[in-house]
Write a protein that binds this ligand. Structure first.
Ligand SMILES: Cc1ncc(COP(=O)(O)O)c(C=O)c1O
Length: 450
């Protein structure tokens, strides 16, 4: 991974090459419904990305907490700044650029997502913004899903056009014709979420990546909702971005992000003279990288348990006649697609939505669950060990217009739940059911569904 690189030749070249390498991942050439090869469990590559022992034989590596690095031979400094030498030679300059502890976490993220390289950032938003600014220049165009996290939507709809003259057309990514029609000669990126926030739509990653490449675009996928469950790069995406603040860090105490992709792109983003990460500076603090690195080994156990509980509750809520949205339910519009794309053994994820139609009903329900039933917390974010609940229309998607909310299916009463794994499964189900009965959202049981 070079510290330097050609900042001008930054983008598509590296990304398209990454895709060609992966073209044989599809077993047939019908990219609208390709047969997906099953890959080895990503935890196998993660095990190989172990950083080794610490300085004194500690089972955890030491944190390289230095902002700057002593250079033994002054002429080496020139070589570092010209890109002749760099992190791949074990040489570092300054921690806004490569830092060994952050790079070690980057290697884990690359192993997790099966990309050539990765580097970590101060937040998920900075990962997304830096990728866009690296891949697009003033006057360029992005095609993005119309079902995105509110912050990403705001970045693309408002911030980038105002500050950088980078415009976005939002489309329904289920509609390949609409996606194709939205691509313009100056389009550089096709952007979507593997599982969308908050409505849990699942993107047809192979078909979208294929379309992007056939028109010369880079496919960038936010995989925040589905680490380990889905591997977008294996399915054809060029770049995978993450908010590590969610499932990957897992304890609700860290804000962090990552960009996973071709080595050439990561190198370009870290370029001393042209790189979006190096020059805008949202690289990760090594203390944070160390903390996140300690949690990745148990990510697989957590994701499995989240998936088991969310599926069970979703099925039971469905049986009670409620409007549940969960991609593991057979009536979810993307159930078959998700089943085809999934890595084996992780289920359908820990995110579930319950549509209670009105804001009042949703708020009463969340209030009861938090203060009376003690089922979880009314809080944004996800991937925490306890259940987190929020009403998307009036929180993380509040910046959307009513029309945009309607297009995304975000009703005022949509309660997004990140199902936790604390407490026993039946204890938590009992709390959920008590709230539903107390608020007369379901009739009192004759014979309890429990
Ligand atoms: C899907 C998705 N992507 C990105 C982000 C932004 O991440 P961060 O809060 O780490 O900046 C979020 C935050 O909620 C998200 O839900």
């Amino acid at each position: 991974m070079s510290a330097s690189g050609n900042g001008e030749a930054k983008h598509g070249v590296a990304c398209k090459r990454g895709l060609e390498d992966r073209a044989d991942n599809m077993e047939d050439s019908d990219h609208n419904s390709p047969a997906i090869k099953k890959f080895p469990d990503p935890v196998q590559s993660l095990a190989n990305a172990h950083p080794g022992l610490g300085q004194h034989g500690g089972v955890n590596p030491a944190i390289e907490a230095s902002s700057t690095f002593a250079i033994m031979e002054p002429q080496t400094l020139n070589k570092l700044f010209s890109g002749e030498l760099g992190a791949e030679h074990g040489l570092y300059i300054y921690s806004r650029h490569f830092n060994p502890t952050v790079l070690s976490l980057g290697r884990k993220m690359a192993a997790l997502e099966d990309t050539e390289a990765a580097y970590c950032t101060a937040s998920g938003m900075s990962a997304i913004a830096a990728v866009m600014l690296q891949l697009c220049s003033s006057g360029d165009h992005i095609v993005a899903s119309n079902r995105l996290y509110g912050g990403t939507h705001a970045l693309l709809a408002h911030f980038l056009p105002r500050t950088c003259n980078i415009r976005t057309t939002f489309v329904d990514v289920d509609d390949m014709e609409a996606v194709g029609a939205a691509i313009a000669p100056n389009s550089k990126v096709l952007y979507f979420e593997s599982i969308s926030n908050p409505r849990l739509s699942v993107a047809n990653i192979p078909a979208l990546a294929h379309l992007a490449h056939s028109r010369g675009l880079t496919a960038v996928v936010d995989n925040t909702f589905a680490p380990l469950l889905l591997s977008p790069a294996r399915l054809g995406a060029d770049v995978v971005v993450h908010s590590l603040s969610k499932y990957i860090s897992g304890a609700g105490d860290i804000i962090a992000g990552a960009v996973c992709g071709p080595a050439e792109l990561i190198s370009a983003m870290m370029d001393l003279h042209h790189g979006a990460l190096m020059l805008l500076g949202p690289t990760m603090d090594p203390h944070v990288a160390f903390q996140v690195g300690l949690r990745i080994p148990h990510l697989s156990i957590r994701m499995k348990e989240f998936g088991i509980r969310a599926l069970l509750y979703a099925k039971r809520l469905k049986k009670l006649g409620l409007k549940v949205i969960y991609p593991g339910l057979e009536d979810h519009p993307h159930y078959a697609l998700m089943t085809k794309l999934l890595n084996d053994g992780y289920g359908y994820g820990g995110m579930m939505c319950l549509d209670l139609d009105t804001k009042d009903r949703a708020q009463d329900f969340m209030r009861y669950l938090q203060t009376v039933a003690h089922f979880g917390w009314v809080a944004v974010s996800l991937g925490y060990h306890d259940t987190l609940m929020s009403c998307s229309a009036s929180s993380t998607s509040a910046g959307l217009t009513d029309e945009e909310k309607a297009v995304q299916g975000i009703s005022p009463g949509l309660v997004r739940m990140s199902i936790g794994f604390t407490g026993s499964t039946e204890q938590r189900w009992g709390q959920l059911l008590d709230a539903l009965i107390a608020l007369k959202l379901v009739p009192p049981p004759v014979s309890n569904v429990r």
